[in-house]
Design a protein around this ligand. Structure first.
Ligand code: FBP
Length: 560
């Protein structure tokens, strides 16, 4: 059973870049420049002798070239990692693009992400099968998981399964880690003469898979629009009732891109940006003092309500918490039995006896019991603390209330503070894609097909000019190694795609910094409302504001 909206959206034909509209995925490809990674090039080459220094690949507007092979091919596809709106349209674009290359080309979906690839669990994805999933959210067509493909045994299992099924290309739709691992797989396939191309596709709501070549990961736009709608609704409630401060934590892992985009969309009274907290070395006390100052100022103006946005990963960026988390990770990695002792340690002496430094013992002891327990009890499979599960919004409420009590005692605060906490994450990850994501994802799928047709491997499908109308978008392929740097992971140095954090010198953050003082005290909020799928293109097709700002486009123009 599908909703009326879903039914209407099935008829939406996503827009494609002009080059694909005219020539299908068989548009002629052109090899461009070779871009070495910014740092550690020679070390990265050592890991990827075959896929290092591949050229950029663009698609030509003027010519339609025959694909490398005239015979029908069979392609495999997986989703990897967390859900992001628009994934189904990547698959739709992929199947349509492949069919435009050859009507007998086939697409095989591996069920349940990389885990399904290892289990060899498949379904054939025909246009008929995909039909009802077009323009829908979620990954339920073939599902996903977080299995990491990183060992030679796993690569060999994938090779065997693909070779046995006649699969000559694999499309991996994932975030930075999944695309890094896709690159290892591409290298392995060349080394083992497997005859299998590997193409990546940039997915994640977090927006942290972006760089010189990738302007945005898909799903970011829709997720931010959903959260911004909710933030706008809550602000309006706060304004109507006049009695609550809403502390809202928003997904996004380490990077604060989602919080920043939602802030630009809604103008909250306070937005914390983790990258700024780290840059300015702000302690928990500094942060809560600043929040309390805004609350006092608003109270003095008769406004005992407001809204604060907290990025999911904030706690890791607060200097004393970062040290504490790292010490806890090391201690528990060596001795998991310390979990209970740490959770119930009566005083700082007992904590230092467990191995914490005096400063970390004091920081730990200052936290509320639930947060202490979340820090030591919730561990990921690698034994690290799961920062996404730490309820930082509740921690801030507790600490801000303490600051306000102190200010009241000093006669500086006469207001009333009552807070509500929220966490937005899963509400946005599977939303029906905005037009931007529907078009972008479909075009990415098509680009994947074109790269396969052109015989490429070890690269990610990407699109330039996303701030322009879709017909002016420029699809291309970017070699994964050109985005890599060397990082320490699991105690070893490893080439990985560099994660993008919020850049404090770039226009999106500068826009927030320029306006936040006025948003703090006045009620300058904006309620963007739900995503619109029908209506004028100025409303339905708007890309993320951060993307527009990064492209030098003003977001404060006349809206009629
Ligand atoms: P990806 O990085 O895999 O795209 O996942 C994004 C995300 O939604 C993060 O924002 C969040 O921290 C995480 O997934 C939560 O994942 P899970 O539901 O598996 O715990």
């Amino acid at each position: 059973m599908i909703s009326r909206l879903q039914h209407a959206r099935l008829a939406y034909q996503p827009k494609l870049p002009a080059v694909f509209r005219e020539h299908g995925a068989g548009a002629a490809s052109r090899d461009g420049d070779v871009h070495a990674p910014a740092h550690d090039g020679e070390r990265i080459r050592g890991f990827f002798p075959n896929v290092y220094r591949l050229p950029m690949v663009s698609f030509d507007d003027d010519v339609c070239a025959p694909p490398v092979t005239q015979d029908p091919i069979c392609v495999g596809v997986i989703f990897s990692g967390g859900q992001a709106p628009g994934g189904h349209n990547v698959v739709a674009g992929l199947v349509d693009g492949l069919k435009s290359l050859h009507p007998d080309n086939r697409l095989i979906g591996f069920l349940g992400g990389p885990g399904g690839l290892l289990r060899n669990d498949v379904v054939e994805l025909t246009p008929e099968h995909i039909g009802p999933y077009r323009n829908t959210g979620g990954f339920d067509l073939i599902r996903s998981d977080r299995t990491k493909l990183e060992s030679e045994e796993q690569f060999e299992a994938v090779r065997k399964h693909c070779n046995a099924r006649g699969i000559s290309a694999l499309v991996i739709i994932g975030g930075d880690d999944s695309n890094t691992n896709a690159c290892y797989l591409a290298e392995y396939f060349i080394r083992s003469n497997a005859g299998i191309q590997v193409i990546g596709c940039p997915k994640t709501i977090d927006g942290d898979l972006k760089n010189e070549w990738i302007e945005s990961s898909f799903g970011f736009d829709t997720a931010c629009k959903v959260y911004s709608e909710l933030v706008g609704n809550i602000y309006r409630d706060a304004l109507s009732a006049g009695k609550y401060w809403h502390f809202i934590r928003i997904m996004g892992r380490s990077a604060s891109h989602i919080a920043l985009e939602c802030a630009l969309q809604t103008h909250p009274n306070i937005t914390l940006i983790s990258e700024e907290v780290a840059h300015d070395n702000l302690t928990l006390l500094d942060i809560t003092d600043r929040i309390a100052a805004v609350i006092c100022e608003r109270a003095a103006a008769g406004r005992n309500y407001g809204l604060l946005l907290v990025p999911e990963g904030l706690i890791e960026f607060i200097p004393e918490m970062r040290v504490l988390i790292s010490e806890l990770n090391d201690l528990l990695a060596n001795d998991a039995s310390l979990q209970r002792t740490l959770a119930s340690a009566p005083d700082e002496a007992a904590l230092t006896a467990c191995g914490l430094t005096a400063a970390s013992a004091a920081a730990y002891k200052s936290l509320p019991a639930e947060i202490r327990s979340q820090l030591v009890m919730d561990r990921d499979p690698h034994g690290n603390v799961q920062v996404s599960k730490i309820e930082t919004e509740k921690l801030l409420i507790r600490k801000v209330a303490e600051r306000l009590r102190e200010r009241r005692a000093a006669g500086e605060y006469l207001g009333a503070f009552s807070a509500q906490n929220h966490f937005f994450g899963y509400e946005g990850r599977c939303a029906a894609p905005s037009n931007f994501d529907a078009d972008y994802c479909y075009s990415l799928g098509y680009t994947g097909a074109a790269l396969i047709g052109a015989g490429k491997t070890g690269c990610i499908a990407a699109i330039r000019n996303l701030h322009k109308p879709a017909e002016d978008w420029q699809p291309f392929g970017v070699p994964v190694t050109s985005m890599m740097n060397i990082e320490r992971r699991g105690g070893k140095e490893k080439p990985v795609i560099k994660k993008a954090l919020v850049d404090l010198h770039q226009p999106p953050f500068c826009e927030l910094a320029a306006h936040r003082a006025e948003w703090a005290v006045a009620d300058e909020f904006v309620s963007p409302g739900p995503i619109q799928y029908f209506g004028p293109g100025t409303i339905t097709d708007l890309p993320p504001l951060t993307l527009l700002l990064e492209k030098g486009v003003s977001i404060n123009g006349d809206i009629g």
